[in-house]
Write a protein that binds this ligand. Structure first.
Ligand SMILES: Nc1nc2c(ncn2[C@@H]2O[C@H](COP(=O)(O)OP(=O)(O)OP(=O)(O)O)[C@@H](O)[C@H]2O)c(=O)[nH]1
Ligand SMILES: [Mg+2]
Length: 191
């Protein structure tokens, strides 16, 4: 699915005028949002910038995806080295998008398979539920779990945090990418 970068917004006035259903990628810094977005877009190139250090994506980036979608790459949360003032700006920015954006059809909440549910992830998930914002949960970096023991431990911890559906993926091996596309297509087309 080819895609092109639309724009990068640091305030809500800069959001592009809504034209197509939007899928937003949410999660901690470094969880793999931009990487998953690139994997879904495919084609081998990196349309979204992948961080070599956490906290890299500091604005909301909009992408036009063929097939009538827009992908929205949100800045990650939970990176302690970022000054408080910046964190609160991000929060405001993310909230202004999540609350006010009618075009937003589906939020994709990413959880790192090795970290499991962290307090901020749970907070965000509960908030999405409260807002009645449709979302799916995607567990990232599945390729990093090498042994059966690691896989089981990860699954058990994830289950303790959430009993709903969780899709596993790896941006490195491409695992799960097709299923995530199917889910996105189904869930974002329902009104
Ligand atoms: N092994 C492995 N590494 C991954 C995977 N996905 C992402 N990474 C690595 O994790 C780091 C962070 O990935 P990003 O996609 O930039 O993460 P992000 O959530 O967009 O981070 P921020 O923009 O800082 O919020 C990069 O070094 C990626 O190469 C994966 O599925 N497997
Ligand atoms: Mg990013």
């Amino acid at each position: 699915m080819p895609a092109r970068f639309i724009l990068s917004a640091v305030s809500s006035e800069q959001f592009p005028s809504p034209a197509e259903p939007e899928i937003a990628f949410l999660g901690r810094s470094n969880v793999g949002k931009s990487s998953l977005l690139n994997a879904l877009i495919g084609g081998g190139g990196d349309v979204a910038k992948v961080s070599s250090w956490p906290g890299r994506t500091q604005a909301i980036n909009f992408f036009q995806v063929d097939g009538g979608f827009r992908f929205v790459d949100l800045p990650g949360y939970g990176y302690a080295k970022v000054p408080k003032a910046i964190t609160s700006n991000w929060q405001e920015l993310i909230e202004s998008y999540l609350v006010g954006r009618d075009a937003l059809k589906l939020a994709v909440l990413l959880i790192d398979s090795r970290r499991g549910w962290m307090p901020k992830d749970i907070e965000l998930r509960e908030w999405l539920e409260e807002q009645q914002q449709p979302f799916i949960v995607v567990v990232t970096k599945a390729d990093k779990l090498k042994t059966q023991k690691e896989k089981h431990q990860s699954q058990r911890a994830l289950r303790e945090g959430y009993s709903g559906e969780m899709l596993e993926c790896s941006a490195v091996t491409g695992r799960g990418v097709r299923e995530i596309w199917q889910t996105i297509t189904t869930k974002s087309k329902t009104p």
